[in-house]
Design a protein around this ligand. Structure first.
Ligand SMILES: Cc1cc2nc3c(=O)[nH]c(=O)nc-3n(C[C@H](O)[C@H](O)[C@H](O)COP(=O)(O)OP(=O)(O)OC[C@H]3O[C@@H](n4cnc5c(N)ncnc54)[C@H](O)[C@@H]3O)c2cc1C
Length: 387
């Protein structure tokens, strides 16, 4: 094995998360997947153990750990065969409040998030008519006295049924009235509990058990104290959290990759066909070995990205490349697992087909790999902007 260079504390965190996850075996996730149910017991156990508050600073009741530790936590969840998707958002949405919220907002929200009495699990950016072109969103928050009135539509907003707050991006100045299209966008904390019929939530069925929704805001009033930072500067606040998000998502993909290669290696060594283990055949062995090689390379990039982020460096080169490499490597590993398991890979019993569906998501969301490549082309290689 390649020496990973993690500290004893980081190894202890990995071991503790692994132990917690052992209480939620493949059958647990299969049952939740079949019922399209939220894994409440798992998320509660994770919250109770404090892992979801890992990145909240100690002064606000969290563990004060970095994105490296946050990433290792999510990696271990996915490597165990589980899915961090139902609860990962809090780790990065919290960062926007931490970095750009007022002291009053931090005191009001962060300790409650850390102790698990308040959930900030939803992140509302994507819109049907804007897609990846975020500056083109049209959900509008109009200032009226001491409140904002929100109208508009969002799509693919996850975990709305399992959150108290949504971190919402909306326009506060129309696009044609700003000097640069990145201006005039603002971030709000929207309390779902107070929304009533001003917020219509329509679940969207997808190929995986990842609760996501279309939202319609119909004159929803939000108090002005729920605006994060300054009006009009919201996009920059959202973007400042993106590198952390990339590292965390890359970590989930790494976990998926380790899950597939571990399961494939074991099965390939045990399954006898033509009087020998199938793993003796290069057609079975090499795809697993190739996927593992790519996963380890992606892990080194993730580690470099996490260390850069935790050192306070805002540049996102490694974070973007880690998200790309890890999601592509996990997908390789997923396909190698289907080669290895043959027909059994398609059955729900073996725990491959569910993870196969889940592992594909990270290539598209929260940002598609095409847009990652356009970051690399433009910001690292210096080619013309492609959009
Ligand atoms: C299960 C799920 C959960 C999600 N959860 C959330 C959430 O909680 N909050 C949230 O805000 N969003 C969420 N999303 C939305 C997700 O972030 C978007 O789906 C994603 O960013 C892509 O946007 P889009 O689907 O509108 O695709 P589009 O922008 O319509 O793009 C379609 C395709 O065209 C490609 N493309 C577009 N423009 C270019 C270009 N200039 N160059 C090259 N290729 C291009 C894209 O890469 C993509 O492959 C979720 C999505 C899914 C599927």
């Amino acid at each position: 094995m390649i020496p990973n260079g993690y500290t004893q504390e980081q190894e202890d965190i990995r071991a503790a998360v692994r132990e917690l996850c052992a209480g939620f075996p493949i059958e647990y996730w299969r049952t939740a997947d079949r019922a399209r149910a939220y894994p409440d017991e798992f998320v509660n156990a994770l919250t109770k153990a404090g892992w979801l508050a890992a990145m909240v600073p100690e002064e606000y009741g969290g563990a004060g750990l970095g994105v490296m530790e946050g990433g290792l936590i999510l990696q271990e969840i996915n490597a165990s065969g589980g899915s961090a998707g139902p609860c990962h958002a809090q780790m990065y949405t919290m960062g926007t409040v931490l970095r750009h919220g007022s002291e009053e907002q931090k005191k009001r929200y962060l300790p409650a998030i850390a102790e698990g009495s308040l959930r900030l699990q939803s992140f509302g950016v994507t819109e049907p008519d804007a897609g990846s072109d975020t500056t083109n969103i049209s959900t509008f928050a109009k200032k009226q006295g001491n409140k904002y009135v929100i109208n508009g539509r969002k799509v693919f907003i996850s975990r709305v049924q399992h959150t108290d707050l949504i971190l919402l991006l909306a326009r506060t100045t129309p696009k044609d009235q700003v000097a640069r299209k990145t201006e005039g966008l603002s971030v709000f904390l929207v309390d779902v509990r107070d929304a009533g019929d001003r917020l219509i939530v329509r679940p969207i069925e997808t190929m995986l058990n990842h609760e996501t929704n279309e939202l319609t805001f119909d004159g929803l009033e939000v108090p002005e104290e729920n605006l994060i930072g300054e009006e009009g500067r919201g996009l920059r606040y959202i973007l400042s959290g993106m590198n952390a998000e990339r590292v965390l998502i890359a970590s989930e993909s790494l976990g998926d990759g380790y899950y597939f290669t571990e399961r494939s290696t074991k099965y390939a060594s045990e399954r006898i066909v033509f009087d020998r283990p199938i793993g003796q055949n290069q057609g079975v062995q090499f795809p697993i070995a190739e996927a593992y090689t790519l996963i380890e390379a992606a892990r080194l990039m993730r580690d470099a990205a996490a260390r850069r982020f935790d050192a306070g460096d805002a540049r996102g080169d490694e974070a973007n490349m880690a998200k790309y490499l890890a999601s592509e490597a996990a997908w390789k590993a997923a396909n190698a697992a289907l080669v290895t398991f043959g027909g059994y890979g398609f059955t729900t019993e073996f725990g491959i087909e569910r993870k196969f569906r889940e592992a594909r998501l990270q290539m598209t969301a929260p940002v598609s790999n095409n847009l990652i490549l356009s970051y690399v082309g433009e910001h690292i290689l210096g080619m013309p902007r492609s959009y």
